[in-house]
Ligand binder design. Structure first.
Ligand code: NAG
Ligand code: NAG
Ligand code: NAG
Ligand code: NAG
Ligand code: NAG
Ligand code: NAG
Ligand code: NAG
Ligand code: NAG
Ligand code: NAG
Length: 504
């Protein structure tokens, strides 16, 4: 309890600095001007100086125009208490030690993004004794050495540069970057990971996505036992061995999607016992071994989109899904696994499900009956004609329903009536020619309806319409015209349907 009291004192003290002003640094008539605002002013400019705030009160500066080099030293020297300095874009080609000569221990976070920096000189940040977070996204760096970086740094973002070689030049033996916990090297040109381990044993978040990595050396991550997030998405990796992530027992999130993975050792994930998020999408995996994922019962999100599995993996998929009882998001779209009857019987926590592009011709009546928490369902791009009576009866939480590009030809009110929380409904590109008159009666929260392309009667007016009263009337009229023009056909084919909308 005492601890809590102290905490609240600390918070109230720091609350002051939280309401301190921030500064959008903008060029006005050839001069940079600090446009100050604070939380009390709700973003309104309160002027660069007023009796309440002076330069020393500014703790965040963001440059709003393209910034050039001359402003760095100026800002650093003027705002002595600056904590966060952000240059989101600019034409800064180089930084030198002198730019930061007046840096204080107050500066914690620095961003110099989307400029032309191609090197970071050694010791440039030496005066910034407390600089812990550096973001250099979108520059032209080809190399970075440990001497350029403060040894207390814990967050380093080098995304979208031109770094080609592996990290051994940053992390030489005896390196001093052992406070680093967050490291983003996404969007560079790294091809090989030299089999030298990443030394920062504190790394929690490592992003190597969007590079050209073609191989993962067996023990590469062995020293990074604290990793919780590992992103290897969008590389050229061909296989996942038994040992590669074996030591990563704290891993919560693993992304290996959009690679060229055709083999995954059946024991590859056996030691990642607390993993919650796994993206394997867009790889030529072809056969799914039931033992691969079955034990990952902590999984909350699984993306198996386009992993080229066929109906031969259906039983393995079934066994897998039966044990993944904590899944909240599942995506098995763009695979051909044949009829999916009884696939989701144990996944009661699912809130998002994707089963699009699977050549499904029908859906079994009970397919969704365990999914009482489902909020988003997507079965676009299949060949479904009929929706069985009561198929959606348990989906009372449904918010986002998408059935684009199927062959659905009629909509009965009773099929959808339990989806009383529905917000978006998408039937674009079906063959709907009959809608029961009471269809929208229980769907009181519906905001957006999409009905164009392929559906009879519906035209561009209804591509993406908000279901207000006026549109309903227009929608109804359109259908009525269609109806009267085709009375004979409809009365013959759809005797049971009342194709007139009733609106109060
Ligand atoms: C940087 O901007 C200042 C202020 O407009 C200008 O005077 C200076 O010439 C610019 N420097 C370069 C190198 O573009
Ligand atoms: C100075 O800023 C404070 C806080 O937003 C505001 O209440 C006050 O009116 C401002 N004074 C002037 C002269 O702009
Ligand atoms: C600026 O920071 C110094 C310590 O570096 C502190 O003593 C002073 O109170 C701060 N001023 C403001 C206005 O926050
Ligand atoms: C650093 O501060 C000194 C003293 O205030 C000043 O003369 C100098 O111009 C500053 N350096 C930069 C790069 O602005
Ligand atoms: C993907 O892997 C296969 C072998 O499994 C290889 O033939 C092919 O060239 C690889 N494709 C790319 C883009 O690396
Ligand atoms: C899955 O768990 C079972 C029982 O704990 C164990 O025997 C088996 O080796 C595990 N399989 C994998 C691939 O992790
Ligand atoms: C898988 O589909 C193929 C044709 O698409 C079919 O010949 C085969 O019998 C199916 N196998 C199973 C196990 O359903
Ligand atoms: C399934 O994953 C693919 C690829 O990541 C994505 O484009 C698609 O939107 C996902 N579908 C659902 C329903 O989440
Ligand atoms: C519904 O899903 C579509 C695509 O699947 C997405 O674009 C849209 O943002 C979602 N809407 C809501 C309310 O989740």
């Amino acid at each position: 309890m005492k601890g809590l009291q102290y905490l609240s004192i600390i918070l109230s003290c720091c609350g002051l600095s939280l309401s301190a002003p921030t500064c959008d640094y903008k060029m006005i008539e050839d001069k940079y001007v600090c446009l100050m605002s604070d939380s009390a002013s709700e973003g309104k400019i309160i002027g660069s100086h007023n009796e309440t705030y002076g330069d020393a009160h500014v703790y965040r500066v963001t440059t709003t125009d393209e910034a050039n080099k001359s402003l760095i030293g100026k800002v650093i020297s003027l705002y002595r208490n600056l904590t966060i300095f952000q240059i989101p874009k600019g034409n800064i080609e180089a930084i030198i030690e002198d730019d930061f000569v007046n840096c204080t221990a107050n500066l914690v976070e620095l961003q110099i993004c989307n400029g032309d920096l191609n090197t970071i000189p050694a010791d440039v940040f030496k005066k910034c004794e407390n600089l812990k977070s550096i973001d250099l996204t979108g520059n032209k760096l080809t190399i970075i050495t440990k001497e350029s970086l403060p040894n207390i740094i814990n967050k380093l973002i080098l995304s979208k540069n031109q770094i080609k070689i592996d990290m051994s030049n940053i992390f030489e033996v005896g390196n001093n970057l052992d406070a680093l916990t967050y490291f983003d090297l996404s969007g560079n040109s790294i091809e090989t990971l030299i089999d030298s381990v990443l030394p920062s044993q504190r790394l929690i978040h490592l992003d190597l996505s969007n590079n050209k990595i073609n191989e993962l050396p067996g023990a590469y991550f062995d020293n990074n036992k604290n990793l919780e997030v590992l992103n290897l998405q969008d590389n050229h990796i061909a296989s996942i061995s038994h040992t590669i992530i074996k030591e990563l027992t704290k891993l919560k999130e693993l992304r290996i999607g959009s690679n060229n993975i055709s083999t995954i050792d059946a024991k590859a994930f056996q030691d990642n016992e607390i993993i919650e998020y796994l993206d394997m999408s867009s790889n030529p995996i072809e056969t799914l071994n039931a033992n691969l994922l079955k034990n990952l019962t902590t999984l909350k999100a699984l993306n198996l989109f386009d992993i080229k599995i066929t109906n031969t993996s259906l039983e393995d998929l079934k066994t897998t899904l039966e044990s993944l009882i904590n899944l909240e998001k599942l995506n098995i779209s763009k695979n051909i696994i044949g009829p999916i009857d009884g696939l989701f019987t144990k996944n009661e926590k699912l809130s998002v499900l994707g089963i699009s592009s699977m050549s499904l011709t029908e859906l079994e009546k009970d397919i969704f009956s365990a999914l009482t928490k489902l909020e988003s369902l997507n079965f676009d791009d299949n060949e479904i004609v009929d929706l069985p009576e009561n198929i959606f009866e348990k989906l009372t939480e449904m918010k986002n329903f998408s059935a684009k590009k199927n062959k659905i030809n009629k909509l009965k009110a009773s099929t959808f009536e339990k989806m009383t929380n529905l917000l978006e409904l998408d039937f674009t590109g079906n063959e709907i020619d009959a809608i029961e008159s009471t269809f929208f009666d229980t769907l009181n929260k519906l905001k957006v309806v999409r009905f164009s392309g392929g559906n009879k009667c519906f035209n561009s007016d209804f591509e993406d319409f908000v279901l207000d009263e006026a549109t309903r009337v227009k929608f109804y009229k359109c259908f009525e015209n269609y109806n009267s023009a085709r009375t004979v056909v409809i009365s013959n084919v759809l005797l049971a349907f009342v194709i007139i909308f009733k609106f109060i």
